[in-house]
Design a protein around this ligand. Structure first.
Ligand code: AKB
Length: 339
């Protein structure tokens, strides 16, 4: 009999690493991870790690021949700034990689007669607001509004949401024998902030970069204007969103893709929060127009009413608690800053 597992792709990335640690802490033992990179040494011995490429179809075929995949957290992706520099590679990883995984999840659902749960982190990058006047007019965006991404990454994420819905609801819709289909569920994340890792390749990275630089005592020149505003979320809430959505009963869900948010800050306000805890921090603003245009096209905040109503979503960390209880104490410990 094949061993039933939870598969985590992008396992060495920011969310993947944090999610694996959380699941291990929660006593989950049936984890298999996949990433082109090795896992962090502290967790390598505690889970089965497959080092390989998400786009390698023969590797995916090998995985399903060996395991019964019950749940997939598909976290592998190239983020927005990196994707602008390497759009073909981004399309390959973000779209082709997801497509291949949806196909095997689909096959597995049919083979075992039970839906494979497919959890997908989408992003505020799927939104594209034309200008700052419109952005100010729509401060809390609903899931169906402004779905006009202006980046490769945002377009990839939006299309993969659609593919996930297709494989969950409409796959083989013209055939007489409809198979058991997978159960795709996605959250659209704001910019995430971890105390333990600094993101790379994203466009919301200025927030976490500012904070980590301050803790290390390094100067930081922020690449967006002070008034640039997007929503953010502390990593523990991102993990909470993924695992709560996975645990929600199917009947309670009225959508497959949900906004989730925590707090909205302008870059100037982010700097103020950092200065509150690191008063010596040297943070200046040197906007890069092209990256700023991307941030300007993202919403100031999201409306996450449906997630709250359907599966009881609410963040544990508002801005105060994020800085005071999660980010600052852990970052100080990480960089051994004396209080
Ligand atoms: C990025 O900046 O690309 C990501 C995101 C907002 O999804 N952090």
């Amino acid at each position: 009999m094949r061993k039933k597992i939870t598969l985590i792709t992008g396992a060495s990335g920011e969310i993947g690493d944090a999610l694996i640690r959380q699941l291990l802490k929660d006593g989950k033992t049936d984890l298999v991870s996949l990433d082109i990179r090795p896992l962090a040494p502290e967790i390598t011995s505690r889970i089965t790690h497959i080092q390989g490429d998400i786009c390698d179809r023969s590797l995916l075929a090998r995985i399903i021949s060996e395991y019964e995949i019950d749940t997939i957290y598909h976290l592998a992706a190239l983020l927005s700034t990196r994707a602008e520099f390497t759009p073909e590679a981004a399309h390959q990883v973000n779209v082709e990689g997801t497509f291949g995984l949806l196909q095997i999840a689909s096959e597995q659902s049919e083979w075992r007669g039970k839906p494979v749960m497919f959890i997908f982190p989408s992003s505020i990058a799927i939104y594209g607001i034309p200008d700052l006047v419109t952005k100010a007019k729509f401060p809390h965006i609903r899931e169906w509004e402004w779905n006009y991404p202006r980046t490769m990454y945002g377009s990839n994420k939006l299309y993969c949401e659609m593919l996930g819905i297709y494989y969950s609801e409409y796959f083989r819709q013209l055939a007489s024998d409809r198979p058991v289909m997978l159960d795709f569920r996605a959250v659209r994340f704001p910019g995430l902030i971890s105390a333990f890792t600094v993101p790379s390749g994203g466009t919301s990275d200025y927030g976490p970069e500012m904070l980590h630089a301050a803790a290390k005592g390094e100067p930081y020149a922020c690449f967006v204007r002070e008034d640039s505003r997007i929503p953010f979320m502390a990593m523990p809430d991102a993990l909470k969103a993924l695992t709560c959505l996975a645990a929600a009963p199917r009947e309670a869900l009225t959508r497959r893709v949900y906004n989730v948010t925590s707090f909205s800050l302008s870059a100037g306000e982010f700097r103020e929060w950092v200065l509150k805890f690191f008063p010596q921090a040297n943070i200046t603003f040197a906007p890069d127009k092209k990256r700023n245009d991307i941030v300007d096209s993202w919403p100031a905040d999201l409306n996450d009413h449906d997630a709250r109503r359907d599966w009881g979503w609410s963040p544990d960390y508002d801005v105060n608690r994020s800085f005071d209880e999660y980010l600052v104490p852990n970052i100080k410990m990480r960089y051994q800053v004396k209080s």
